[in-house]
Design a protein around this ligand. Structure first.
Ligand code: FES
Length: 98
């Protein structure tokens, strides 16, 4: 069987997902914790639907999405440090980031 990735951020394959379900991880949160899918850069935007579908196809509940952890969107370090206004001023003046 060809290797098929269900989560490209964390390199989780379809085979690993099915194996986890067979081991008793039969809800979306447990599957996430066991395989690591949904914990990558996109926070599951590219894989939760596919993993939920695989789970549902095997007769399990897949209607409760897991809780995404912040930051929900890519953030600049300046925003995390509370320096977004200074960084925006630098950007407006064309100065390099501090
Ligand atoms: S594709 Fe799974 S976390 Fe991005």
């Amino acid at each position: 069987m060809a290797k098929a990735f269900v989560c490209r951020c964390e390199d989780v394959t379809l085979h690993e997902l099915v194996e986890a379900i067979d081991r008793g991880h039969d809800d979306i949160e447990s599957l996430k914790r066991y395989t690591g899918f949904g914990t990558g850069w996109c926070q599951g935007k590219g894989c939760v639907a596919v993993c939920a579908r695989v789970l549902a196809e095997r007769g399990h509940e897949a209607n409760l999405p897991f809780t995404p952890r912040p930051p929900l969107h890519p953030a600049r370090f300046a925003e995390l440090a509370g320096l977004a206004e200074i960084a925006d001023d630098d950007d407006a003046r064309g100065e390099p980031p501090r």
